[in-house]
Design a binder for this molecule. Structure first.
Ligand SMILES: Cc1cc2nc3c(=O)[nH]c(=O)nc-3n(C[C@H](O)[C@H](O)[C@H](O)COP(=O)(O)O)c2cc1C
Length: 320
């Protein structure tokens, strides 16, 4: 099929619009898309970086990685590879990627459909554990991005739970961390970003508590009947610890999350264990000192699949 420049421009515009639904730390959406002919350029927006929680910009680049992968998935659904140049210009490190239509391929729409359904689900999941075959598939999905998905083993669970609790306590006691959370949980609604009260969930009956957003209002969402007994905790682990690795971790996270959504599972990230440096180091030790944990996720069978979480707000295209 012959396509002209106009078609290519429409295609990358469509991909960057779909990418607005990508998950990001505290829903900061720390990216900007610029359409440049047949390319879309993805830029890191440093004005949206969390100074206390994310001084190195790890979670910022991870978030940009989820947006990049969401854009790629849209091209796949239209029957094209995504031709991506990552961090192409050392002089301009905030130019995260250039994306354009690649070669034709069979259209694959399942993950693009999952983009619309995926939510951060902070409710406790079911007693039933995700099937081993699906966990194996998620591992393979992460590996496609050169990232390893380590499922926390039974004998590592106590240490992992202690790491989450310690990170929460450190953040609670430190104004730098609290200020970031406060700033992004009190954004004016018109901005279309930040965390709204409607997505914060009561702790419920579980051993690893969800992030405390310290909202003024009580949690809006009922924890439901889940106990988290079947929930698995996973770490996305990179070989290196550079911006390129954080970006890859974000792409892997998006791929894993959309795939598990397509398979009927649900998830929510746990990034406080990465934000607090000594805790991040403790997790590295838990992995035997091999690899660098980029983010943790809880993955499970949703109890309330008939009552999906409501969609978190997003910026309009004109502001992104
Ligand atoms: C890098 C990254 C870190 C995140 N960290 C956390 C976290 O520690 N706790 C949490 O509950 N959600 C976390 N989230 C989920 C975001 O809050 C969520 O993606 C955002 O609010 C948009 O909501 P949605 O995912 O339902 O679209 C994280 C997401 C990303 C991409």
């Amino acid at each position: 099929m012959t396509r002209n420049l106009r078609d290519d421009i429409d295609l990358v515009a469509q991909a960057s619009i779909a990418a607005l639904r990508a998950p990001s730390v505290l829903n900061t959406q720390p990216w900007r898309w610029r359409l440049a002919g047949a390319h879309a350029e993805l830029w890191a927006d440093r004005s949206r970086q969390l100074e206390g929680l994310d001084p190195d910009g790890r979670l910022l680049l991870l978030s940009c990685g989820t947006a990049l992968h969401h854009a790629a998935v849209t091209l796949h659904s239209e029957g094209y590879d995504a031709d991506v140049d990552r961090l192409p210009d050392p002089e301009r490190p905030d130019l995260v990627a250039r994306v354009r239509r690649g070669a034709e391929r069979p259209a694959e729409g399942r993950l693009a459909a999952a983009v619309q359904r995926r939510r951060t689900d902070r409710r406790p999941f079911a007693d039933e554990r995700p099937a081993d075959e699906v966990l194996d598939e998620l591992r393979a999905v992460a590996e496609r991005h050169g990232v390893h998905l380590h499922i926390v083993r039974e004998d590592q669970l106590t240490a992992f739970a202690a790491a989450v609790a310690r990170a929460g306590a450190v953040e609670h006691a430190d104004a730098r961390f609290r200020d970031d959370v406060r700033a992004w949980t009190t954004r004016p609604r018109v901005n279309g970003d930040g965390i709204a009260a409607h997505s914060v969930v009561a702790a419920g009956r579980r051993t690893i508590a969800p992030r405390d957003f310290e909202m003024d209002a009580p949690p809006f969402v009922d924890a439901g009947a889940g106990t988290d007994r079947g929930t698995v905790y996973a770490l996305l682990v990179t070989d290196g610890d550079e911006p390129r690795d954080w970006l890859a971790a974000g792409e892997a996270m998006s791929d894993v999350w959309l795939t598990l959504t397509d398979r009927g599972l649900a998830a929510s990230p746990i990034s406080e264990v990465i934000e607090v440096v000594p805790v991040r180091q403790a997790l590295r030790a838990l992995l035997g000192g091999v690899g660098n944990p980029a983010i943790a996720m809880r993955i499970g069978v949703p109890v309330s699949s008939d009552a999906p979480m409501s969609a978190e707000q997003r910026r309009h295209l004109a502001n992104s």
